[in-house]
Write a protein that binds this ligand. Structure first.
Ligand SMILES: *[C@@H]1O[C@H](CO)[C@@H](O)[C@H](O)[C@H]1NC(C)=O
Ligand SMILES: *[C@@H]1O[C@H](CO)[C@@H](O)[C@H](O)[C@H]1NC(C)=O
Ligand SMILES: *[C@@H]1O[C@H](CO)[C@@H](O)[C@H](O)[C@H]1NC(C)=O
Ligand SMILES: *[C@@H]1O[C@H](CO)[C@@H](O)[C@H](O)[C@H]1NC(C)=O
Ligand SMILES: *[C@@H]1O[C@H](CO)[C@@H](O)[C@H](O)[C@H]1NC(C)=O
Ligand SMILES: CC(=O)N[C@H]1CO[C@H](CO)[C@@H](O)[C@@H]1O
Length: 658
């Protein structure tokens, strides 16, 4: 019976690879996607023995009663692993647990940044009492079903994102005992169900006025750096406010332009006196002048926290939008990047000298910039044709703001910008080993050939970056220029996708890209109709995987005509194991596991299909590559001894191993 099911699985897996269907194991009582998510969670938590029942290749968490896992039917509904001394993290795969409503990992030793993939229908999330650092990922803010959110007693540092607008069901918010800085985000005012809020023992600044009209009955803001006055509305609730720098004396009248307080709705938290009509105008003058003042003085540490920029945002509160004087609600943009002057950057790049030119990005040249403190960064000098006209500096500021929200370990991090004298420059972290394109196609004496496992790792990291843009960012971001030249390698050869968001946020990006088309990367629908979509990114990603597999350029005019276009040459042969061993990059000298190679080829074949709708979403590509990496770890026979085996035999032996 067990052997029977193994055979069935081989066949199912085989058809999965060929047809791109999701596996549906016949015998297991647990949904295969849920099981896969828990396996990833298990290995991400370092496969610790206190996770009794869990295993790295088990496919039935429900049937095998894995510790802390509750199921309903085939689906995992609750995961409760509090106080088990767990370390590591919980992996990036939880997004597929669509029936899971409770995730409690409190009081463990989980560390690093909070992974972004969360069960989409979660109502209770407790990560309290761990060692998470960094900031709260967007996926937490976008889990609209959350009723209880506890990330207290960690080491979160950055400002909160201004993304609380969707959390309208949230009743308890506990982010106490971290080191969160900055003002309370304006979108706190959307927490329309919140009853209990614990913000104590952080480093919040500014006023707590934004909390004035929430339906709170318990609030603790002790031991922060709050200033201003405690709003009248909060004085009747269970309130703890010690350890702040509140203003003493009577509260001042509200600032000019504040609408009259109607019933209990006074957004500024003052005492609600009406004010003069001229104030609205004065306020907007102030706003636009702050927009132009973008140079901040910041300390020379890496994690820079300049004062927030104020921006226009339309006022979305019904009570006020009908009033004749509409005061723009100023938005605190969480801009974590440094504003440089042109002089700074000229100094650091030797006046943009050719020696410091390190590459061509999608929208301008990239220079290496070395600063006084020895810090090295990459400066992208955006082509001035992209920002012309009256609005240009405001447009650019918006681009910077939007890109500054992107945070992922495999996405190149924006650290600064410069907008002066009609110049638009973006400053990024610098990655030592240049682009994957150069590494593969223009090897120098320092670069060793990439071994197979590194190629797979690069593909997986880049796939995760795209998955983040497509499926985690909301609205989803189409990269539009996925190519090996945009994958940068750090000293450990980890991949970082560059130019993320630029094509989405720069108003004339499409025109610009289409006038600079690079042959070989683009999906057929782009060449025919300029239709960029997440699926055109998937195609381009498939081309990168082909480059990794073959070591060839996407288009190479020095080859015989039939081999010039990499996709056209390779696609018909991807399912033929003998042809594959001919196609594989000769510098590998046969050192690769054949199974891994053929699975890699299977993923490519799915990605470069002509019909966009048949290409898989990036999350599926990531899943396949994760499996491939896991199997590569299990398989000890990595050397080219099994090169001659037929495809079917290699499939079978791989299943025997797992
Ligand atoms: C859970 O989330 C998914 C996807 O976000 C959605 O389609 C589904 O209806 C939700 N509800 C349940 C009970 O699964
Ligand atoms: C949040 O979690 C911490 C750590 O487990 C716990 O001490 C605290 O009471 C929780 N907060 C709430 C509001 O449940
Ligand atoms: C993503 O980047 C991080 C750090 O830059 C690296 O540790 C990780 O291995 C990368 N992910 C993959 C799958 O390569
Ligand atoms: C930039 O972000 C803002 C707010 O998040 C959004 O409204 C705007 O559409 C974004 N801009 C672009 C060009 O996507
Ligand atoms: C595979 O093994 C490498 C090193 O042995 C390890 O760093 C990596 O995390 C493993 N990957 C998986 C998915 O188990
Ligand atoms: C693996 C590899 O080739 N890494 C290189 C990355 O860049 C550094 C510095 O340039 C080299 O020393 C490494 O050898």
């Amino acid at each position: 019976m067990r052997e029977m099911s193994a055979v069935v699985r081989v066949l199912v897996l085989f058809s999965v690879c060929i047809l791109g269907l999701k596996p549906s194991f016949i015998n297991a009582a647990t949904d295969p996607q849920d099981a896969a998510a828990l396996r990833t969670m298990y290995t991400s938590m370092n496969s610790q023995p206190q996770l009794t029942g869990w295993s790295a290749n088990g496919d039935d968490p429900c049937g095998q009663s894995w510790k802390g896992v509750t199921c309903s039917g085939q689906r995992v509904t609750e995961i409760k692993l509090s106080g088990l001394g767990l370390s590591g993290s919980y992996g990036y795969q939880l997004g597929s647990l669509t029936s899971t409503t409770v995730l409690d990992l409190s009081n463990n030793n989980l560390a690093g940044s909070i992974p972004y993939g969360l069960p989409p229908n979660l109502t209770r999330l407790n990560l309290g009492g761990n060692n998470f650092n960094g900031d709260i990922p967007y996926s937490v803010y976008s889990t609209a079903s959350l009723v209880y959110l506890n990330i207290s007693h960690n080491q979160l540092q950055n400002q909160l994102g201004d993304y609380f607008g969707k959390l309208t069901s949230l009743s308890t918010l506990d982010i106490s005992f971290n080191s969160i800085a900055g003002n309370l985000p304006e979108s706190f005012s959307s927490l329309s169900s919140v009853k209990k809020m614990y913000l104590q023992n952080n480093q919040f600044t500014g006023t707590i006025d934004v909390l004035a009209n929430l339906p709170l009955d318990e609030l603790n803001v002790e031991n922060n750096r709050f200033t201003g006055w405690v709003p009248q509305q909060l004085k009747s609730i269970d309130l703890k406010i010690n350890g702040n720098s509140w203003n003493s004396g009577p509260a001042p009248p509200p600032p000019p332009g504040t609408p009259p307080a109607t019933r209990n709705r006074n957004h500024r938290g003052g005492n609600g006196d009406t004010s003069s009509d001229g104030g609205g105008e004065m306020k907007s003058v102030q706003i636009s002048s702050t927009l132009d003042t973008k140079t901040f003085d910041v300390p020379a540490t890496i994690n820079l926290k300049p004062p927030p920029i104020e921006r226009h945002k339309s006022f979305d509160d019904d009570d006020f939008s009908k009033k004749p004087i509409v005061v723009k609600k100023s938005v605190t943009a969480p801009i974590n990047v440094k504003a440089y002057t042109v002089a700074d950057l000229q100094m650091a790049t030797g006046s943009f000298s050719v020696e410091n030119l390190v590459g061509e990005g999608s929208f301008g040249r990239i220079y290496r910039a070395q600063f006084d403190e020895g810090k090295v960064l990459a400066v992208n000098k955006i082509d001035s044709a992209l920002f012309v006209g009256r609005q240009s500096s405001e447009d650019f500021t918006e681009v910077v703001l939007n890109i500054s929200h992107l945070h992922h370990p495999n996405v190149t991090e924006l650290v600064g910008y410069c907008s002066e004298h009609g110049q638009s420059l973006l400053v990024y972290e610098f990655h030592k080993n240049g682009s994957l394109h150069d590494y593969l196609h223009i090897p120098d004496e320092y670069s060793k050939p990439l071994i197979w496992n590194t190629r797979v790792k690069i593909a997986l990291g880049a796939a995760r970056a795209l998955e983040y843009l497509h499926e985690v960012c909301s609205p989803s971001i189409v990269h539009k220029n996925v190519k090996s030249g945009n994958i940068l390698l750090d000293a450990e050869l980890n991949p970082h996708l560059s130019d993320c968001g630029l094509a989405n946020f720069i108003p004339r990006a499409n025109e610009y890209l289409s006038s600079n088309v690079e042959v070989g990367f683009n999906a057929p629908e782009i060449l025919m109709s300029g239709q960029y979509s997440v699926k055109s990114d998937v195609y381009s990603f498939g081309v990168i995987m082909l480059e990794l597999l073959t070591g060839r350029k996407p288009f190479d005019s020095s080859r015989p005509r039939s081999e010039q276009s990499l996709v056209q040459w390779a696609l018909p042969q991807l399912h033929d194991i003998d042809a594959l061993s001919e196609m594989v990059d000769p510098v590998l000298e046969g050192l690769y596991p054949v199974k891994s190679l053929s699975r890699f080829a299977d993923v490519i074949a799915l990605c470069v299909q002509a019909e966009p709708e048949f290409r898989p979403p990036m999350s599926e590509v990531v899943q396949s590559l994760v499996l491939l990496v896991q199997r590569a770890n299990m398989s000890k026979r990595t050397i080219g001894v099994d090169q001659g085996t037929s495809r079917r035999e290699s499939q079978d032996s791989s299943e025997n191993l797992s």
